[in-house]
Design a protein around this ligand. Structure first.
Ligand SMILES: Cc1cc2nc3c(=O)[nH]c(=O)nc-3n(C[C@H](O)[C@H](O)[C@H](O)COP(=O)(O)O)c2cc1C
Length: 369
């Protein structure tokens, strides 16, 4: 491998290639992380949809299969078992954690003392600056074209803004699936790229074929659109019958769906009634207008499970980046990473030749990679 692809990401995370497989609920399981790790990338296990015992077992499976702790754990502070996730990342000596709504600075300090790198994902410059102030070691930016919960700023605007605003290494996410994308991110100053949708559409992905076929069918990026109907936040997904129905439902209709989801989530995770009520009381006290949104937050894991685990793509949601439209086959993690690395090297070498050749020839060689 050429020196082009040795970056702060490969050095700090201890992987061979500057390619991260991001966390995706019900998708980024032990097998996907094992596939990524073996292929030389860096994988995050998605713990937001797992209980503590399941998370522990997935972590142990990865360590047993790879003989390595060079992988990360993704969780959210509003999970009931967030404290367990913090303890597990530290106790197992994992390389990194990722999160959206971040832990407080005391928790970040615990990670730092234990040598666990904090790599939050942000969708806006101000959140990147705040995360670094709280102690983040690296930042993943997610451009609005990215899958799942996503901001409104495209990667092409967000990445340079964040690179200018913070001093820590920045990883680019949202819309990446090729070596050309990796080369452009590295040339801009990023330490590497992170991809969700590309790994969701891989051979190691646990997603049932009936659901993956929906992802493969997408050929227009506009079929992967943003909706607020699931949990009140910007959520990018493939349009399907369910989402069209949900968007047309009345306020009361949506609340009923959310309450059903909340109940089903409570049953599945074993969440105590006390915890559920404490969340609702807290919201009622601090932000009463956010009550229906909080209830709707239970929609996300339950509706995701329907498509991602039960293989019922019309009964659940299909979170996806717009990049699904550019992906036509399910390759293995090894093929995905290898092709990206080879193409990025070729792009960067061709760019370098620019210094030595006349403009038209350089343009030709860049297009040929
Ligand atoms: C199906 C799906 C589930 C996701 N679940 C999570 C999650 O549990 N936690 C999280 O931090 N991000 C989640 N994301 C966001 C991804 O981690 C990642 O940031 C995003 O997919 C990057 O954009 P891309 O899809 O264009 O590569 C999810 C994305 C998808 C597509």
């Amino acid at each position: 491998m050429s020196a082009w692809l040795e970056t702060e990401l490969t050095r700090r995370l201890g992987c061979r290639h500057p390619v991260v497989q991001t966390a995706m609920g019900w998708v980024a399981d032990a097998n996907l992380v094992i596939g990524t790790t073996r292929a030389g990338g860096f994988g995050f296990l998605a713990a937001a949809t797992l209980n503590t015992a399941q998370t522990r077992s997935e972590i142990e499976k990865i360590i047993a299969a790879t003989g390595s702790r060079n992988f990360g754990l993704n969780f959210h502070m509003f999970q009931e078992n967030a404290a367990d996730c913090v303890d597990m990342a530290i106790d197992y000596g994992l390389k990194a954690v990722s999160y959206g709504r971040g832990p407080d600075s005391k928790t970040v300090q615990r990670f730092k003392d234990a040598g666990v790198l904090c790599i939050p994902t942000v969708g806006a410059v101000k959140h990147a600056v705040k995360a670094v102030q709280m102690g983040a070691d690296m930042i993943t930016i997610q451009g609005g074209e990215g899958g799942g919960h996503t901001g409104g700023v495209p990667s092409s605007i967000l990445l340079p803004q964040v690179l200018d605003a913070v001093q820590v290494p920045v990883i680019a996410a949202g819309g990446y699936s090729t070596g050309r994308g990796l080369a452009s991110a590295l040339a801009a100053g990023a330490a590497g790229v992170a991809m969700g949708t590309r790994f969701l559409m891989s051979k190691e992905s646990p997603t049932p074929l009936a659901t993956l076929e929906r992802y493969l069918k997408v050929n227009d990026p506009q079929q992967v659109r943003v909706t607020l109907a699931v949990d009140g936040m910007r959520h990018r997904m493939i349009e399907n019958a369910f989402i069209n129905r949900l968007e047309k439902a009345s306020g009361l209709g949506r609340l009923l769906i959310a309450m059903r989801s909340a109940w089903s989530w409570k049953q599945q995770t074993g969440m105590s009634s006390a915890h559920m009520l404490s969340i609702l009381f807290k919201v009622l006290k601090e932000e009463p207008e956010a009550l229906s949104q909080t209830l709707m937050a239970s929609n996300q894991p339950v509706l995701l499970q329907k498509s991602m685990q039960d293989g019922l793509p019309d009964e659940g949601i299909l979170p996806s980046g717009q990049v699904a439209a550019a992906i036509n086959e399910l390759a293995s993690c090894e093929q995905i990473i290898q092709e990206i690395v080879e193409q990025a090297e070729a792009c960067l070498n061709a760019l370098y030749q620019n210094n030595k050749q006349g403009q038209p020839e350089a343009e030709q060689s860049r297009r040929a990679v």
